[in-house]
Ligand binder design. Structure first.
Ligand SMILES: C[S@@+](CC[C@H](N)C(=O)[O-])C[C@H]1O[C@@H](n2cnc3c(N)ncnc32)[C@H](O)[C@@H]1O
Length: 313
């Protein structure tokens, strides 16, 4: 973690990996974000899952569900209910970097689904996946919440390649993808989803500095930074930053003091927004292809079913 922090803070402009948001407090704040009026992503994805998953699960008859970046696994219940209704598999493998939160979510699901075998995996999706659970065939993988958007195109291809490498030819991946602004979604609506009126996203963003101060021994003064989020139409992505309201010098173990000038910002998250050609290209780079693409009625969000292409030999 310290190596990654040193690397990001030595860059110009400075950046931090969004995976550092997610200690237990960060995961809870993210849950709060998903319930905000402005955050249309979760409720749109939930209604797409309700609409399409029973049929897709009926066709696939998966023996296991593997959820990548599972978080609280709240929407997962829609998939698990569909699997139960169709007498499909009873193995659930939620995977996340946020260890304590993951184990709590797994415990809750064991209580709610007594017939389900829940095998949580603590893993970082930016590295090749090493699952301790052997997966049956076919398995259904899920990457929801537009988590893929936190990775630029090259990193998204790498991440999906790690997933593809653990998939068998009969498996499938269901992907939630937030779409670019268009007739049914203005840029202002998109930006509001990352800068809510109640300031929950601002607290989530600042939480990364608390995590760093605690875990790697930096001494960021939290009161010297404010939240900023904007859409970059050229790149097709939201960027979230922490902007210094005064000049600060931050201790970074192994790197020495790092100066942040007044007005300088540290990028903490990108959230890429997709269109069909972009996602086709990313999936193809990871040896996957779109089998189904379903959008909500105004084209804010897409639920995608991807199937494996043969791996190059
Ligand atoms: C945007 S949230 C989505 C959570 C949930 N899937 C949903 O749809 O609401 C991203 C999730 O991915 C996890 N995560 C972020 N970076 C990760 C990484 N590099 N490896 C594994 N999990 C990661 C976070 O802990 C968090 O639970």
């Amino acid at each position: 973690m310290l190596d990654e922090v040193r690397w990001g803070l030595s860059r110009d402009p400075k950046e931090l990996s969004p995976k550092f948001f997610y200690d237990t407090r960060g995961s809870r704040l993210f849950e709060e974000i998903t319930e905000l009026d402005e955050y249309y992503l979760t409720r749109t994805e939930r209604s797409l899952l309700r609409r399409w998953m029973p049929g897709w699960i009926g066709d696939l008859q998966p023996h296991a569900l593997v959820e990548l970046g599972a978080g609280s696994a709240s929407k997962t219940r829609i998939l698990l209910d569909a699997m139960r209704a169709q007498d499909a598999g009873t193995l659930f493998v939620p995977l996340d970097v946020s260890e304590e939160f993951l184990h709590d979510a797994a415990e809750r699901l064991r209580g709610e689904y007594p017939d389900l075998t829940v095998r949580p995996e603590v893993a970082d999706l930016t590295h090749p996946l090493e699952m301790s659970t052997e997966l049956p065939s076919p398995s259904l993988f899920a990457l929801l919440g537009s988590t893929l958007g936190n990775f630029d195109e090259a990193a998204a291809v790498r991440l999906l390649s790690h997933v593809r490498a653990t998939m068998g030819s009969a498996d499938a991946l269901v992907l939630g993808a937030d779409l670019r602004p268009g007739p049914g979604k203005s840029q202002a609506q998109l930006e509001a989803a990352y800068d809510d009126a109640a300031g929950v996203t601002a607290r989530f963003n600042l939480n990364i500095l608390r995590v760093l101060n605690r875990e790697v021994g930096t001494d960021f003064p939290l009161d010297a930074f404010r939240h900023d989020a904007f859409y970059d139409p050229e790149e097709g992505r939201i960027e979230m930053h922490l902007v210094a309201s005064r000049a600060v010098s931050v201790r970074v173990p192994g790197l020495g003091p790092v100066s942040v000038d007044e007005g300088e910002s540290i990028r903490t998250e990108i959230s890429c927004k997709y269109d069909r050609p972009t996602l086709d290209r990313i999936l193809d780079g990871a040896r996957l292809r779109v089998a189904r693409w379903e959008e909500d009625d105004v084209g804010r969000y897409a639920l995608v079913l991807a199937r494996p292409l043969p791996l190059d030999v």
